[in-house]
Design a protein. Sequence first.
Length: 158
Amino acid sequence: MPATDRIVINPDDFLETEHGRVWTVERNEAAWAWSYAALEQILLQRPRPERVVLVCGVQGSGKTSWIASQPVYPATVYFDAALPGIRHRARIIAIAKQADIPIEAVWIDTPVAIALNRNARRSVDKIVPEAAILSVARQFEPPSLAEGFAHILIHKGG
């Protein structure tokens, strides 16, 4: 892992095509399977990563921008996705624990109105339906140490 590389897994990246992001139920399921497999593979690499940072929050909250603003730590793996509930985060936590690598959570806590505004400014192929953002906001359960996180940071977005 060269010192200049930031390691980020984002299921949306697996939805990209030469014509932009294409979402279907089938492609989304495959993107998540590829994301989990990518995390498992990365955690087996030598030198081993030292930590996984799960970055969660509603779509448009600023997760990807927050990750990009962080110093490059080649021993850190970021997992960038909405992950609104405990059940959504459980598999990622289990993969990290199985590899005996600590996992931390960063919740990008952004007001929904700001997230909706940011979403509206995205390129057409990356706009998330407003109903999906509102659904994630309603479902959102703040990450907790009880889930298995070693540390939790709440970043107030917006």
